[in-house]
Design a protein around this ligand. Structure first.
Ligand code: ADQ
Length: 457
């Protein structure tokens, strides 16, 4: 790649060693390290206007520069909680019923994109290559283009692109579509997302699509799927770290030979956690041999607490958990363990390893990295079984999992029962097939292929 890499995302994560949180943050930091680069976005802080919210804070660490801005309370309300998380997020996950559209959200969204672009512009060099991430920043490139910036700029959407009828419910959808066309490369997780995007652009907005290139609004962009992966090798090694081993041993001895099912998600209504609880309840109701022998551990740290729907789903799950335990628990057996804390990545690997079944049931998900982490953490000689929603992007790659419809609790309960009794040979075969895919399409492959395509776009 020729120039310096500039990554732009809503939130800039920590770049120093052990504190690096999610898989995406790690992937981006690695990309920036490889080429040396700049990471630009929100600091995570909310500051009153005039109290420093306007300025850029620059930090340097091992060849990576981070440049961050604070949001004002209004910006945070309208842009982040409002348009991004109460409008685009639910809509793109097919939850029109939860989509709150307010004119001021949209205006705040545009305003923050302009302010971010204005703040980045003086830091840019003519041969930089920009990689902009996710639904918070759709208008970003168009704003930069209006400031005569001619660098190569790519966009990657981490959430699903919904079908045309759903997009049409969004006021100003065509305005946003036009903004997207200011990018040179528009990347999605799956070929299905590409197809839905192209269908919308061509059949609704009169675009033309040929040989992977989309023409619309007098502009041209390459449109392509780049399924994100995890750092598969490193993840498999997490199990053998001190934290991983400690967690694994701790759970194993607490289980006393029982089978553990595990679910791990940010607490979000797209992840299908209530449906998952219901499927587990069905397992206990329909298969009495599971009672006393199976436990379900759900780890779901709270997220986006400023948005109402997140408080609602939280109390709904607390109710369901206590109902299930109230009905089925014995003095020496608690069927459902529900934890709202974040666990370190290494400890999480230990939890996955101790769980004979990974239960991943989003109602819609761009990709879902938990499914991949669960498989990577298994013992190849005695692996657990992944039960995976057909509505996760990862289901298109992970065909050797037990693929289910998360709305059909009877089907999910059956899959859990199948997983419980799956013979070792079959578990090993499925796991080997899944691992082969995870090792080939890992996170390094994802970012290299994206950046190559951007370079060539
Ligand atoms: P998310 O919606 O956050 O990401 P996901 O892909 O599952 O969903 O990633 C979650 C990450 O958070 C995983 O790495 C997981 O280990 C971690 N995590 C979850 N719960 C945790 C806990 N209790 N403790 C510690 N870590 C925890 C969005 C899209 C996805 C897409 C990703 C990447 O919604 O569809 O896969 O971006 O593109």
């Amino acid at each position: 790649m020729a120039g310096r890499l500039v990554v732009v995302s809503n939130r800039v994560g920590p770049v120093r060693g052990a504190t690096r949180a999610g898989g995406l943050a790690v992937a981006l930091v690695d990309a920036l390290r490889e080429a040396g680069g700049l990471w630009f976005g929100w600091s995570g802080r909310i500051t009153e206007p005039g109290a420093g919210a306007g300025g850029v804070t620059e930090e340097h660490y091992r060849g990576i520069t981070t440049a961050t801005l604070d949001l004002t309370p209004d910006e945070h309300h309208d842009y982040y909680n409002g348009f991004a998380n109460q409008c685009l997020w639910p809509l793109f996950h097919y939850r029109i019923d939860l989509t709150a559209y307010e004119r001021r959200f949209y205006e705040g969204y545009q305003r923050v994109n302009v302010r971010f672009a204005q703040a980045l512009q003086p830091l840019l060099r003519p041969d930089d290559i920009l990689w902009v991430h996710d639904y918070h920043l759709i208008p970003f490139a168009e704003t930069l283009r209006a400031m005569e910036q001619r660098q190569r700029i790519g966009f990657f959407l981490h959430i699903p692109f919904p079908s045309r009828e759903v997009v049409l419910a969004l006021p100003h959808h065509d305005r946003l579509a036009k903004s997207l066309m200011a990018y040179d490369l528009i990347g999605f997780h799956t070929q299905r997302d590409v197809e839905r995007f192209v269908d919308y652009m061509v059949n609704e907005l009169g675009g033309e699509f040929r040989d992977g290139r989309l023409r619309a609004f007098g502009r041209e962009a390459v449109v392509k799927a780049f399924p994100i992966g995890i750092d598969t090798k490193a993840y498999a090694d997490f199990v053998y770290t001190e934290d991983g081993q400690r967690q694994w041993q701790r759970v194993k001895s607490a289980l006393r030979g029982r089978t553990q099912i595990i679910g791990v998600d940010r607490l979000d209504y797209t992840k299908g956690i209530p449906e998952r609880f219901a499927a587990f309840e069905r397992l206990l109701a329909d298969y009495p041999d599971a009672r006393g022998r199976v436990e379900f551990l759900q780890v779901a740290p709270l997220s986006r607490e400023g948005v109402n729907e997140y408080a609602e789903i939280r109390s709904r799950l607390e109710g369901a958990a206590s109902r299930i335990n109230g009905h089925y628990a014995e003095v020496d057996w608690t069927p459902l363990h529900y934890i709202n804390r974040t666990v370190s990545r290494r400890a999480l690997a230990g939890l996955y390893r101790a769980s004979k079944i990974g239960l991943v049931t989003p109602l819609r998900d761009g990709m879902n990295l938990v499914a991949k982490e669960y498989v990577a953490a298994q013992d190849p000689e005695d692996p657990g079984v992944l039960v995976l929603s057909r509505f996760a992007g990862s289901a298109w790659q992970m065909k050797s999992a037990l693929i289910i419809n998360p709305y059909d609790t009877v089907e999910v309960a059956e899959a859990l029962q199948t997983a419980r009794y799956m013979p070792l040979d079959e578990r090993k075969t499925r796991h080997a097939e899944l691992m082969k895919g995870l090792l080939e399409d890992d996170v390094t492959h994802w970012r290299r292929s994206y950046l190559q395509a951007l370079d060539a776009a």
